[in-house]
Ligand binder design. Structure first.
Ligand code: SF4
Ligand code: SF4
Length: 382
């Protein structure tokens, strides 16, 4: 069978893609409306997806609106990225059982499950790529992450509408999927343009025997992506990073933002790249068994900065500064890439509407003014 890399499917035939994935043994996961937000959940059919819904996001604000259209992927994203699929909020690591002469341990590696995620966005793929780097590509590979990650089949959706909080274009991560997907869809009117990004994706496309996409439709899809990038109202200037943030370490803006920040940790929970975690022992009531688990943690909590009898980040200012400086400066030194992918979730889900792009712009603007004013002045008339 010839391998396909591109094809089109009408909205009314979209179920064929879901049926083909189910036939291959995948559990289907897609965006669903629950309690006023879109979250990932197991879906059975196309009608489980948020058809006709659109999301509106601003600093500290998230609202869904039903438009009455047949658009399948009108909602850009909810609070969850792809992070929980591989780096789960709670991962049991070891079961410990007391024995006569001590204790025995049993590893609790998750069983691998085939999960097809329908509707990942470009920023989510970029975030997952960073998580892969952390958990899989270092000196030690995390077997729990590797097992869950290995079962994922990812169907991306290229964004054709930007939220008020998006700034992926300035981070060079979106709005169209670049890599890290098996299939990528663009919804153009009532058609879905489908592109394969992996061998598995290409195999699935071949099995579906889709009509080839016309040049006109392909051009229309590309134009929608370009217009989406152009429409983004937020951006983050990366030209002087990481150095400019290191130089801003004593900047008064940190006091300003610390006075507004609640240290609630929402920003780190919704961030697709944050990977702080802690481990916890949970003994049962008999005290004969215990579970050793890994849990998401946040650099915004008091406890996270507590090391060897001393808290190294006792104030909110210390913690906010550490978060931003790691994301946008030391992350680059550590991993060769920015720790922010421009998804805007930390802006939407911050209860007091702290906007990362605004804070960084204020820090960089003043640092630019300082460096300009400290340059030697040329003599007039030269
Ligand atoms: S720092 Fe904010 S905008 Fe950047 S990736 Fe994390 S949640 Fe998204
Ligand atoms: S979500 Fe906002 S208030 Fe909460 S810790 Fe992050 S910046 Fe502070």
């Amino acid at each position: 069978m010839a391998r396909e890399t591109c094809g089109i499917l009408s909205r009314t035939n979209f179920h064929r893609l879901l049926d083909a994935l189910s036939a291959k043994g995948y559990r289907l996961v897609g965006p669903m409306v629950h309690d006023g937000a879109v979250v990932w959940d197991t879906i059975q059919r196309v009608s489980d997806l948020p058809i006709g819904w659109r999301d509106h996001q601003e600093p500290g604000r998230y609202r869904l609106e039903q438009t009455g259209s047949q658009e399948i992927f009108g909602v850009v994203h909810g609070p969850q990225s792809l992070k929980p699929f591989a780096f789960t909020p709670r991962e049991p690591l070891v079961q410990i059982e007391r024995s006569k002469d001590g204790f025995t341990t049993r590893s609790t590696l998750p069983s691998s499950e085939k999960v097809a995620i329908i509707g990942a966005r470009a920023c989510d793929l970029a975030g997952l790529g960073i998580q892969d780097q952390i958990f899989l590509q270092g000196e030690y590979q995390d077997p729990y992450y590797a097992t869950r990650r290995g079962g994922l089949f990812i169907i991306a959706v290229n964004c054709t509408r930007a939220l008020q909080t998006c700034f992926c274009a300035s981070m060079d991560t979106g709005p169209c999927a670049k890599n890290g997907f098996d299939l990528a869809l663009t919804e153009v009117d009532d058609q879905l343009l489908i592109e394969a990004g992996s061998e598995a994706g290409s195999d699935l496309l071949s099995a579906l025997s889709l009509s080839p996409a016309s040049q006109g439709l392909t051009r229309q899809a590309a134009a929608l992506g370009d217009a989406c990038a152009q429409s983004q109202v937020r951006r983050l200037d990366r030209t002087r990073l990481p150095q400019a943030l290191y130089e801003a370490h004593e900047h008064p803006r940190w006091d300003d933002v610390a006075a507004r920040c609640l240290a609630c940790a929402n920003c780190t929970m919704v961030c697709p790249t944050c990977f702080c975690h802690k481990v916890e022992e949970t003994p049962d009531l008999t005290r004969q068994n215990s579970e050793h688990s890994r849990l998401w943690d946040s650099c915004f909590t008091q406890e996270h900065g507590y090391i060897h009898g001393k808290n190294i980040r006792p104030t909110i200012k210390d913690r906010y500064r550490m978060w931003v400086t790691h994301k946008l400066a030391s992350w680059i030194d550590q991993f060769g890439t920015s720790g922010c992918v421009g998804c805007g979730r930390c802006i939407t889900w911050c209860p007091v509407g702290i906007d990362l792009t605004e804070e960084v712009s204020a820090l960089l603007k003043s640092s630019e003014q300082r460096s300009t004013s400290s340059r030697p002045q040329e003599a007039p008339g030269r």
